[in-house]
Write a protein that binds this ligand. Structure first.
Ligand code: NAP
Length: 250
């Protein structure tokens, strides 16, 4: 590790699992102090134990604005500032258009769109001039994905936020980029409402659509998040960086 994030304060939503957890581990290995969130307290504690040092946990739901206020008041108290925000909490379930319920739609948009929007809004006062905001989108933001359309549309909204906020925050020298994973080996598929067998089939189906021939690992997203978080990407803002084994690029 290079210590490339020495003394940086990073907030990672959805840091108790998958991509967020791998990124928290890597950020700490690179010298950062991290604050991680997620709704499931037990998993947060387990994640903190794995990360081992320089980690604070705050349980909460990103779609609940009071929870977000509580998160950032802990960050204010503990660190007094934010240098890096990885707005990563999210997910989605599958449902065909013809039968999808209102709660299916609301749950996805409340977390992935509203939750992310207010996560960034409420973090802003803690940024000093300069900093990096990374939004987890998905390569589904440019793909048609049957039965996963509410999710894909929510991630297109996230990609759009990176464009607009790049302009809104340019005077403060805050860079905003979206990071779009392809299929990554995390618990997300199991949570999408698929049976174990369907999840296995979906994973194999995804792998067959990826030029590199496999699903990615959370650590392969984490290393790109380090790049976007650090000064190594100092001239990059407003982009959508796909980390998808080429799946949506060819
Ligand atoms: N895995 C993939 O193939 C893939 C591909 C493209 C994009 N992504 C995106 O990558 C991000 C991370 O997903 P992952 O694959 O790492 O899955 P994961 O392991 O299921 O992680 C999702 C994280 O988000 C948190 N979260 C979900 N809803 C939340 C809410 N309402 N409030 C607070 N935290 C919430 C979860 O914690 P709690 O459940 O404890 O709240 C968990 O920490 C998501 O935005 C996902 O859409 C994943």
């Amino acid at each position: 590790m290079s210590n490339i994030l020495a003394n940086k304060v990073a907030v990672i939503t959805g840091g108790n699992s998958g991509i967020g957890l791998a990124t928290a581990q890597r950020f700490v290995a690179e010298g950062a102090q991290v604050v991680i969130t997620g709704r499931r307290e037990k998993d947060l504690e387990a994640a903190a134990a794995l990360i081992g040092k320089n980690v604070t946990t705050v349980a909460g739901d990103v779609s609940n604005l009071d929870d977000l206020d509580r998160l950032f008041s802990v960050v204010q108290e503990k660190h007094g500032r934010i240098d890096i925000l990885f707005a990563n909490a999210g997910g989605g379930t599958v449902a065909p258009l013809a039968t999808a319920s209102e709660s299916h739609f609301d749950q996805i948009f409340d977390t992935n769109v509203k939750g992310l929007f207010f996560t960034v809004q409420k973090a802003l006062p803690l940024f000093q001039d300069g900093g990096s905001i990374i939004l987890t989108s998905s390569n589904a933001n440019v793909l048609g994905v049957p039965t996963f359309t509410a999710y894909a549309a929510s991630k297109a909204a996230v990609r759009s936020f990176a464009r607009g906020w790049t302009l809104e925050l340019k005077e403060r020298n805050i860079r905003v980029n979206s990071l779009s994973p392809g299929p990554i080996e995390t618990p997300a598929l199991e949570k999408a409402g698929l049976s174990a067998e369907q999840a296995e089939q979906a994973a194999a189906g995804f792998a067959s659509q990826v030029p590199l021939g496999r699903r990615g690992k959370p650590e392969e997203i984490a290393s790109v998040a380090v790049f976007l978080a650090s000064d190594q990407s100092s001239y990059i803002t407003g982009i959508d960086l796909a980390v998808d084994g080429g799946m949506a690029q060819v």
